[in-house]
Design a protein around this ligand. Structure first.
Ligand code: PGA
Length: 248
């Protein structure tokens, strides 16, 4: 199995451009693991400053959202062409905060995924259940459906190159991490559904991350699971603890 590990920070709406620059230069010095791919998904306004600050390191720069059109009268939105030109190579799509606060549906997520792939930006597609849904016992059904809709229209080759992030909503920003068994169960179900639709060989190539209160203490155990290829890290990506997560 040759999936390269990916540790992606999701800064959310934190750090101004000058704060971002300072933080990234500290982070650069703290990273020692050369085997994992390291990514920071930053607010759009920070992209230029962070792209400059990461130069000379292996840290890549990603965005947290984008629109599914390339240009036009869409006040306040950011186009994939703009992201690409600014040095972005990954974009988080369908984060649960976008789904909950900005009404992103599975269909919108799918449009964004298709456009990102068309433009050569790798989407990190987020799926995951709420606590209510977990208690109802529908986690796997729901995540399978979210995954199927999000990837609809991609070819096998394209699916092999994207990233899916399993992020249980109840674990995000709460300090309540899924156990490594819970996370592995759902990540395996995601790989299975990809296998059913796009073939087993494709599914073996797609990287699947876990996200939700990942920190320097629990990362190693989570990342050791067979179907977990790294993490999407929120709170802990704003501290030098992010380097501990990468280094583990
Ligand atoms: P958290 O956020 O690590 O702060 O729980 C994860 C995410 O929202 O991607």
């Amino acid at each position: 199995m040759l999936r390269k590990r990916l540790v992606a920070g999701n800064w959310k709406m934190n750090l101004t451009p000058s704060e971002a620059k300072k933080f990234v230069s500290e982070l650069k010095g703290a990273l020692i693991n050369k085997d994992a791919e390291v990514l920071v998904c930053v607010p759009d306004i920070d992209i230029t400053a962070v792209s400059e600050a990461v130069s000379g390191s292996d840290i890549k720069v990603g965005a947290q959202n984008m629109y599914f059109e390339e240009k036009g009268a869409f006040t306040g939105e950011t186009s994939p062409l703009m992201l690409k030109d600014a040095g972005v190579c990954y974009v988080v799509i369908g984060h649960s905060e976008r789904r909950a606060y900005f009404h992103e549906t599975d269909e919108i997520v799918n449009k964004k995924v298709l456009k990102a792939v068309e433009q050569g930006i790798v989407p990190i597609v987020c799926v995951g259940e709420t606590l209510d849904q977990r208690e109802q016992g529908i986690t796997v059904d729901l995540v399978r459906l979210q995954t199927k809709i999000a990837l609809k229209g991609l070819t096998e080759k394209q699916v092999a190159e994207i990233v899916v992030a399993y992020e249980p909503v109840w674990a995000i920003g709460t300090g309540k991490t899924a156990t490594s068994e819970q996370a592995e169960e759902v990540c395996a179900a995601i790989r299975n559904v990809i296998g059913e639709v796009y073939g087993k060989e494709t599914a073996e190539k797609t990287r699947i991350l876990y996200g939700g209160s990942v920190n320097g203490k629990n990362a190693a155990e989570l990342f050791a699971m067979e179907n977990i290829d790294g993490g999407l890290v929120g709170g802990a990506s704003l501290k030098l603890e992010f380097a501990d997560i990468v280094n583990c």
